[in-house]
Structures are given as C-alpha cells and as structure tokens.
Design a protein around this ligand. Structure first.
Ligand code: LMR
Length: 330
C-alpha cells in the first residue's frame, strides 16, 4: 500500500512537471517609452498579435508601453541583463554603443522619410543594423516615426529666436551640438520626464514628431510648434543577442517573419499617424503651428548644418555620402 501511494505520488509529480514543461511558453517582454497609438506602439502590438496567432501557446509577447516597465535610461541596461528581450529605442539613443548611428541625427541630412527608408534598406543601413550584435544588441529592424518639429513657448521663426532658450533633447551629442549651434541651452532628459519639464518651465521647448507631441500632450504645454522637419526620429528594434541566438529552431523563423510583417505594417502607418496627429493638434487650438517661408527654412538649415564637420570623422564620409545619395529616388 505504502509502495502504491509512493508510486502514485511519483507519477503525479511527473505528470504535473511534464505538463508544466509542455505548457510553459517562451516569454518575450517588449518594452518601449511611447503611447500605444503611435507608430512604434502600433508596431509592437502588431508583432505581439502575429507571434501569438502563429505560435499559439508556444510564445507570448508582453508589450509594456509608456516607460511603464523601463524608461530611456534603464531599458538599454535591462535588455543586456535579460529583464526584457526586445526594445526599440530611437536611433539617437545608441551613441554610447556606436558613433556611426549618429548619422541619423545630423540636421537636414534627409529630405523626408522616404529618403531615410532608402538609406536604411541600402547596404550601409543594413550594415548598421548588425553593428552592435557583439555588444549584446541584435538589430532586428528599423521602424519609422517621422520628421521632427520644434516646439516652444516663444514663436520660433528664425534661428535667432531660439537663442538662450532651454531645449530638452534625447541623449545624443549631435543634438547637443545642434542646439548649441543656435546659441540655445540643450538638456538631455528621458522622454517620460518631458511633459512635466515643459509644464513647469524647467525647459522652454523640445523637438519631436507630431505623433509624440500629440500623444504626450506636449502641445498643451507649448504655445507654438514650428514645422521645421529638421531631423528624424526613427527606431532600431533590438533584441538581447543571447536570447535571440538561443531561440529554438521550431519558433525562430516564425518570430522573424512576424517581425518583418510588423515592420511593413508599422512603417506604412507612420506617416499617416503623424499627419493625422498634426491635424488633431491644429484642431485642438492649443498650440499655434508656424509654417516657415522659404528663406526662413533656409536660415535654419544654414544655422544647424555646421555641426556636420564635428561629427564626420566619427561617422565616416562613406556613410554620410550614402545618406546624402538616398535623397535622390532611384
Ligand atoms: C524621445 O525621447 O523624444 C523619443 O525618442 C521617444 C520615442 O521613443 O519616440
């Protein structure tokens, strides 16, 4: 009897752990800092949807938007520690790991999002995607947001108008130099802190895409937004290298395909979301949108582009030339 009970216990434990093993899905935590209704937010949710639909029960994706799990400063570290498996920081936030990605921050380098798309899909762009693998960041895709606009509590029509103002910037030395070239005072700050900094006057202005301005309500704390299109916010979706390389063969190709499909989906939506959010900001009447005249736009370009000289040695002339060439549709 004793023997029978012991045997039943052994069998029961075996059955439970057996089921537990079979039922334990691989968990992918995808953390980011923006809202769900932005290009990146929608891309992350689409990736989740596709993975879970195609690998039902085998893989789950948990998406954490709005710096809910980790903000800017922490998410890079969290990825290396394995606390999250995928993040998608803006390309401006990688300059600690590679100086080459600074090419994306150079003001007025790309004419529009189509030029950026061509560059990213070209040879140099693809090389950059793989350039941080040995440092623990495996580049999976580029995701678009859009072109940056300048907001402030003062009307910015000419570069001189920015003189002496404090601007929040992402953690990028190119962006630091860009605002210094205007005689302004740039301050590096995590995305999650920007709204309050604008509201309390810790900074006078910031630069961002229409979708980030609208979804974070920056326009409610800023009197003016100048449509400068002077730079870009795009993302690199990166996975922890060890995690990515260790994914089992029966799920990895499907996850890769889901990422490729989510990329097409998000990149197609990005421009529309930004234009829609620009209209929402206009309709809200909270912030005046300033459209630059031709000579005013030229003055901003002239004031900002001298920073190229400072960063070209680190970025490399080959990359700069390839980026410039992408402005011409092939
Ligand atoms: C910012 O910090 O302004 C942006 O990089 C946020 C984002 O991820 O779009």
């Amino acid at each position: 009897m004793r023997y029978a009970i012991a045997m039943m216990a052994v069998l029961a434990v075996g059955a439970v752990s057996g089921t537990a093993l079979a039922a334990d899905p691989i968990k992918i935590k995808f953390s980011h800092v923006v809202a769900d209704a932005t290009p990146k937010g929608k891309g992350a949710l689409e990736f989740k949807r596709l993975v879970e639909e195609r690998l039902r029960g085998k893989v789950v994706v948990e998406v954490y938007p709005n710096s809910q799990l980790f903000g800017d400063a922490k998410e890079m570290e969290a990825l290396l520690l394995g606390d999250v498996q995928i993040i998608a920081p803006s390309l401006s936030k990688f300059d600690k790991f590679t100086k080459k990605l600074q090419v994306f921050d150079l003001p007025f380098l790309f004419d529009d999002i189509n030029a950026i798309d061509r560059f990213q899909k070209g040879k140099k762009g693809q090389e950059l995607l793989g350039s941080m693998k040995s440092k623990g960041y495996t580049g999976l895709a580029y995701w678009h947001n859009g072109m940056k606009q300048l907001s402030a509590n003062k009307a910015l029509r000419m570069p001189e108008d920015a003189k002496g103002l404090k601007f929040r910037i992402q953690s990028s030395n190119v962006l630091l130099a860009q605002f210094q070239a205007l005689g302004a005072n740039p301050q590096k700050m995590a995305f999650a802190e920007v709204y309050q900094a604008l509201q309390t006057g810790t900074v006078d202005g910031q630069e961002n895409t229409w979708s980030n301005i609208y979804s974070q309500k920056f326009h409610e704390a800023q009197k003016y937004i100048t449509e400068t299109n002077h730079g870009v916010i795009d993302y690199m979706v990166v996975a922890n290298t060890k995690f990515w390389d260790g994914l089992p063969k029966d799920v990895k190709p499907t996850i890769e395909k889901a990422m490729a499909d989510a990329t097409v989906y998000a990149n197609k939506l990005a421009e529309d979301i930004n234009q829609q959010d620009k209209k929402r900001i206009m309709d809200s009447g909270k912030s005046e949108i300033i459209t630059l005249k031709k000579d005013q736009a030229a003055a901003w370009r002239k004031a900002m582009t001298p920073v190229y000289k400072q960063f070209e040695p680190d970025i490399g002339k080959d990359l700069l030339d390839a980026a410039l060439a992408s402005n011409k549709a092939s």
